[in-house]
Design a protein around this ligand. Structure first.
Ligand SMILES: Nc1ncnc2c1ncn2[C@@H]1O[C@H](COP(=O)(O)OP(=O)(O)OP(=O)(O)O)[C@@H](O)[C@H]1O
Ligand SMILES: [Mg+2]
Length: 372
């Protein structure tokens, strides 16, 4: 069976077995490291070559190091990882496997050009628990502009067509140094773009590139924008949907030319039809629908990984407000089409329960609990 046709469960199981076996997985050569890898792996943070330490990642601690006149990102795996589920436990190995796939892809000049936003790997070792890559002198994105969105979607489409599906487009995983860069591949999984919607195969048609971006990041930006002005948030949403639609049209054409299955083509066409209609008419309805889905999905993700933050609570507050004061609009827009119990009281009940859990699983509390 090819890697692309592995189901999510089989992939997870193979990775857990690989980890249990204690086998080494290395990328690059020790000679290409600016310091011997053992020394990099033993980093404490007070060495003269360490310029900064980023401690907020869930899988790893990242050091900015300066060696041989270059700035590097030295990612050191957390053991255990702070995401308490199997995908969290396998994310470091997965990152190394995907970096290997990407390095192979980027050997062809055409792919290297299309994937230029992917930050390359200098050296990595599973047993030493490190990844060394060039430092990106970039910014997180507070408000996405046209260039940034076009670059992001171009890159995501290139990954999809290469058989790689990125699940975690969180704000900490996209940097802009004049070009959009991706560098965290812990949740980038192989799949078959001609026959599958995503790396869950055909099981979860709700997950796709634009949805991942909206869920993990963009609706958190729009949530901030809404506080300033609902009209501004809607205008940003329109820009993003136009660019996503354009990208999906290119993806669809390419999949047709590669004889993708009718099921995958129809699924994409239906998504694009909904967006096209909304862009020509009721954009507010689509906003409600996508926002409702995005906030809920991201909250569920945080709850399942027991990795909640203040943003989890802000998302819950938005859902609460909508369910309380805009229930008829939610119903009319189709935002509640996938809810088992779409009536107002049931929604508020679910939200109350989620909120209690989100309060219990705030990350700082989890850390404190582990220290005790
Ligand atoms: N090559 C790089 N250049 C610049 N900054 C980087 C680089 N790699 C990582 N970082 C910084 O370190 C942070 C954490 O890195 P990364 O996302 O790879 O770790 P993580 O622990 O897997 O994160 P999480 O699991 O929370 O998504 C990033 O948000 C980014 O700010
Ligand atoms: Mg990250």
């Amino acid at each position: 069976m090819s890697a692309a046709s592995l189901t999510a469960a089989a992939r997870r199981q193979a990775q857990l077995a690989f980890l249990a076996s204690g086998t080494e997985f290395r990328l690059g050569r020790a000679e290409d490291c600016p310091l011997p890898p053992e020394q990099l792996a033993a980093v404490r943070g007070d060495e003269p070559w360490v310029r900064a330490c980023l401690d907020d990642g869930l899988t790893a601690r990242v050091y900015r190091v300066q060696l041989d006149g270059h700035d590097w990102a030295l990612k050191v795996a957390r053991r255990p990882c702070r995401v308490q589920n199997p995908d969290g436990q396998t994310s470091f190995l997965n990152e190394l496997q995907r970096r290997r796939d990407l390095a192979r892809l980027m050997r062809t000049p055409e792919q290297a050009e299309r994937l230029a936003g992917i930050v390359p790997t200098q050296y990595a070792s599973l047993q030493q628990g490190i990844v060394l890559s060039p430092w990106v002198e970039g910014q997180r994105i507070e408000r996405w502009d046209e260039r940034q969105l076009v670059e992001l979607f171009d890159l995501l489409i290139a990954l999809l067509l290469a058989g790689l599906f990125e699940w975690d487009l969180a704000p900490g995983n996209t940097l802009d140094d004049g070009r959009i860069r991706l560098f965290d591949f812990g949740y980038l999984y192989p799949f078959d773009p001609l026959r599958q919607y995503n790396s869950d195969g055909l099981a979860s048609p709700g997950f796709h590139a634009a949805e991942r971006f909206e869920t993990r990041q963009f609706f958190a930006c729009l949530l901030r924008m809404e506080r300033e002005s609902g009209m501004l948030a809607l205008a940003d949403f329109e820009l993003e949907k136009r660019i996503a639609l354009d990208a999906y049209e290119r993806l669809h054409r390419e999949l047709v030319s590669r004889s993708a299955s009718q099921g995958v083509l129809d699924w994409l066409s239906e998504l694009m039809r909904r967006w096209r209609n909304a862009l020509a008419g009721d954009l507010g309805g689509l906003y409600l629908q996508e926002a409702w889905r995005s906030h809920w999905l991201d909250i569920r993700d945080d709850l399942s990984g027991q990795s909640c933050t203040p943003l989890t609570l802000q998302r819950l507050a938005w859902l609460n407000e909508m369910a309380t004061t805009h229930h008829p609009d939610l119903l009319a827009s189709g935002a509640l089409a996938n809810e088992r119990r779409p009536d107002r009281d049931a929604l508020l009940d679910d939200l109350r329960r989620a909120e209690a859990q989100a309060i219990r699983w705030q990350l700082a509390d989890v850390q404190n609990a582990q220290k005790v």
